[in-house]
Design a protein around this ligand. Sequence first.
Ligand code: SAM
Length: 240
Amino acid sequence: MDAKIRLYVEHPLGAGQSVPLDRGQAHYLFGVMRQAIGGQVLLLNGQDGEWRARITEAGKRGGMLSCDEQTKPLQMPPDLWLCFAPIKKARTDFIVEKATEMGAARIVPMQTEFTNSGRIQRDRLQAHAVEAAEQCGGTYVPQVSEMIRFDRLLHDWDPDRQIMFCDEALAASGVAHGLEGTGPWAIFIGPEGGFSDVERKRLHGLAHATAVSLGPRILRADTAAVAAMTIWQQTLGDWT
Ligand code: SAM
């Protein structure tokens, strides 16, 4: 029988490796998905690829799996960060989910001058990234960072990491993308209110930032994140 359920675990995976389940995972596997001893599950931990495992113990409060064989090696995404200003809760969840599916290596919530929300629940967003990796067949889970202020982020920035600055002010001008070069990158997406003049000036002044247009219309921040990742992945990433 083919294993269909994919489960993220925080445990090493390898041939013959036993993997304990916590209460929540046991509830999901045995209560919700009606699995029993002998059932097969695909496991990922973000480091050891994907493994087919058998259920060897099943209980209400926990359980045990045993790894049989590796079904996929670890597939790292390109070294692309998505730096975005959090918006409303459901739309922020959407951005994290889509960034994971589309192959971001790291997700960085940043507080800009016009950011709507001053706080995020990092653990909740990280759980969204885990769920997205489970359902999209990925073997890597991007880390969701704590929220960081825009100026702090740029202060500590490694200039080897190029920035694809999605600048809404270029929407009308039809400016070409001009994305080129290998190495690490980050996409910058502003909040509903856009980047402030000071922030735009700062980004335009950076030699390692390329300002791009995402077309002639102003996109919502969540749409802009998906559009920017599509363009970057197709131009420089692992979709080519
Ligand atoms: N309130 C802003 C305005 O009216 O100009 C719009 C901000 S937009 C909702 C949120 C973010 O998405 C922007 O800061 C930018 O990073 C990105 N964005 C949206 N549409 C864009 C476009 N056509 N070109 C480049 N970036 C865009």
